[in-house]
Design a protein around this ligand. Structure first.
Ligand SMILES: NC(=O)C1=CN([C@@H]2O[C@H](COP(=O)(O)OP(=O)(O)OC[C@H]3O[C@@H](n4cnc5c(N)ncnc54)[C@H](OP(=O)(O)O)[C@@H]3O)[C@@H](O)[C@H]2O)C=CC1
Ligand SMILES: O=C(O)C(O)COP(=O)(O)O
Length: 532
């Protein structure tokens, strides 16, 4: 059970989860806590260190009632000065400890770093049940998917350890005589060295998996790591961190500070002690990339993944992929199918097949492992409802009746969506999927490329030549042929173009991204040619 057994020390007597710094679980001097609301019951479930002060709450009231930018800015400033999440002093200490620990860790043999990671992976998997329980309660992830997230995370950590040993164990030797005008008198040895302190900020929908996808590459490459988990999902992340603690990593190497991103985020992302930021989330990432200093950034942001369906597609395969891709975890995946662009001649058939498959989806609580569960927050449900209302007003065809109870929204397919509707472009992050009927492949590609996002896309056709041409024309980081978009397997490259991100994830790419190249050049007194 969460917070018990090996996890007892991570929670205090008042049932507030502690933050993790310098190898210890601590209570913040802020003396405040933030409640994590269970999306299903809509009641407070857990508490973590940090939290909104009265002033922050007042800020919201004033924003609501008068909306004055001046008042908002003033109260935000007051709020910032008085501090609400883990305090700035605590963050400073975390950064100092991370810097010191990193110097020693970088001198730890690679195979030993890998051993630690393998140990953490095994502990993580051993404790999958309490961590999955947190995912169910904090983010309403269906019970089986919650367990899968933890197991997948353990596998990711182990694979990263193995991959790190392989790719970091290799360097390059360059010789000078390949460049015009040079003799073979210089040998350049280049290898990958750590960046320093990596700041990891994952989103609510994979608080464990998208945390370890940053933690493991950072650590195997010899960096230290500071995690700011999403508030919704923080308790699952703190349990995961305890697994790393139990694996015996040196003090200060890994830290986890909690508190609302809106309050603690700027201080963290602009902290001079941070040498790299790996962020996954929404538009916040765009703002961070403008504020962060001259450090490497890995940004995985939103998406509006298009599914282009040609006349010759296997329609049953298309329908099952649209339902899986559009509605898994209630559409709260950056890689969810977010718009279907189907050729008019097969549109009726596809819509009927999708409707029939959707009718089999169970709707209810994550504890019952339902397919469709409540979305993460009331504000998210309200946002989704706004998109649905807009589509209704503008004449979309509702394939099912719109239903909502609290944060639970029944899966909805909207047919005959047109480009003037918000749902054609915006990311609902919920179980609502628009269908746009197209009369040519070019029209589909044009819609896909007109989006400000460019994460993934997919195309369904039996003609591989057409599929390749379409894939090449789509401005997205990945195109799936005959399958719905997906990030995994986790060693595949994963990247977004345009507003969907900077850099590339995937185990190998993340390890490389969290290192820099260091060269040592040996200058010989006279040219030397092998076997010469
Ligand atoms: N491309 C990808 O791989 C993925 C993209 N996403 C995108 O993320 C969005 C939904 O996730 P969501 O968690 O709501 O995204 P957010 O961008 O709201 O939050 C992501 C993380 O950033 C933190 N944060 C918030 N404000 C700041 C700040 N000013 N500075 C630093 N950190 C901050 C959040 O903390 P807190 O929770 O405390 O606010 C959270 O940990 C969708 O747009 C989705 O498409 C989601 C998953 C994967
Ligand atoms: O966070 C997300 O939404 C992803 O990175 C998608 O992961 P998935 O394709 O494995 O669900």
């Amino acid at each position: 059970m969460a917070g018990t057994g090996v996890f007892t020390e991570i929670v205090d007597g008042d049932q507030v989860y502690k933050y993790y710094a310098d190898g210890e679980w601590k209570k913040s001097a802020s003396g405040k806590s933030v409640s994590i609301v269970n999306p299903t019951t809509r009641k407070p479930q857990y508490k973590v260190q940090g939290g909104a002060t009265r002033i922050a709450k007042l800020t919201c009231v004033i924003r609501f009632h008068c909306g004055s930018i001046f008042f908002i800015a003033f109260f935000r400033l007051v709020d910032w000065v008085f501090g609400t999440a883990c305090t700035q002093e605590e963050v400073n200490k975390v950064m100092e400890a991370a810097k010191a620990a990193q110097k020693l860790w970088a001198r730890t043999p690679l195979w030993k770093r890998a051993e630690h990671l393998h140990k953490a992976a095994a502990i993580l998997k051993e404790h999958k049940a309490p961590i999955a329980e947190c995912l169910v309660k904090e983010i309403a992830k269906p019970a089986k998917d919650a367990v899968t997230e933890v197991v997948r995370s353990g596998d990711l950590v182990s694979y990263t350890a193995e991959e790190g040993v392989r790719i970091l164990g290799e360097g390059k030797l360059l010789v000078s005589d390949s460049f015009p005008g040079n003799e073979r008198s210089k040998y350049c040895l280049s290898s990958k060295v750590p960046l320093g302190v990596v700041l990891a900020i994952p989103p609510f929908n994979y608080p464990v998996n998208l945390a370890v996808s940053k933690i493991a590459p950072a650590l195997i490459a010899g960096n230290s790591l500071v995690l700011k988990p999403p508030t919704q999902g923080a308790v699952a992340a703190l349990h995961m961190i305890q697994c790393f603690h139990l694996a015996g990593f040196p003090k200060g190497l890994i830290s986890c500070v909690t508190g609302k991103g809106s309050e603690i985020g700027d201080f963290l992302t602009m902290h001079p002690g941070v040498n790299c930021i790996s962020f996954t989330g929404g538009d916040t990432g765009i703002a961070i990339s403008k504020k962060a200093g001259m450090i490497p950034l890995q940004m995985e942001l939103g998406g509006k993944d298009a599914c282009i369906v040609l006349e010759d597609a296997d329609l049953d395969l298309v329908a099952s992929n649209i339902v899986k891709g559009g509605y898994s975890y209630s559409g709260q995946r950056c890689t969810a199918v977010k718009v279907v662009l189907v050729m008019e001649s097969v549109a009726d058939a596809i819509v009927e097949k999708v409707k029939a498959t959707m009718a089999k989806l169970s709707v209810g609580s994550p504890e019952d492992d339902c397919d469709i569960t409540p979305v993460v927050s009331e504000s998210s449900a309200n946002f989704i409802e706004g998109l649905v209302k807009d589509a209704k007003e503008k004449g979309a065809t509702f394939c099912q009746e719109y239903q909502r109870e609290g944060n639970l929204i029944w899966p909805l397919l909207l047919d005959h969506v047109r480009p003037d509707m918000r749902i054609a472009w915006e990311e609902p992050f919920g179980p609502v999927l628009p269908v746009i009927r197209i009369s040519s492949v070019e029209e589909g590609i044009h819609h896909c490329n007109a989006s400000n996002f460019g994460l993934q896309g997919c195309v369904f056709t039996r003609d591989i030549n057409k599929a390749i041409l379409i894939s090449d024309a789509m401005e997205t980081g990945t195109v799936q042929i005959n399958s719905a978009p997906a990030r995994g397997p986790d060693h595949f490259p994963f990247q977004g173009l345009k507003d969907s991100g900077i850099g590339s994830q995937g185990i190998t790419n993340s390890i490389n991204m969290m290192t820099k190249i260091k060269s040592t050049v040996i200058n010989l007194p006279s040219p030397s040619y092998t076997m010469g």
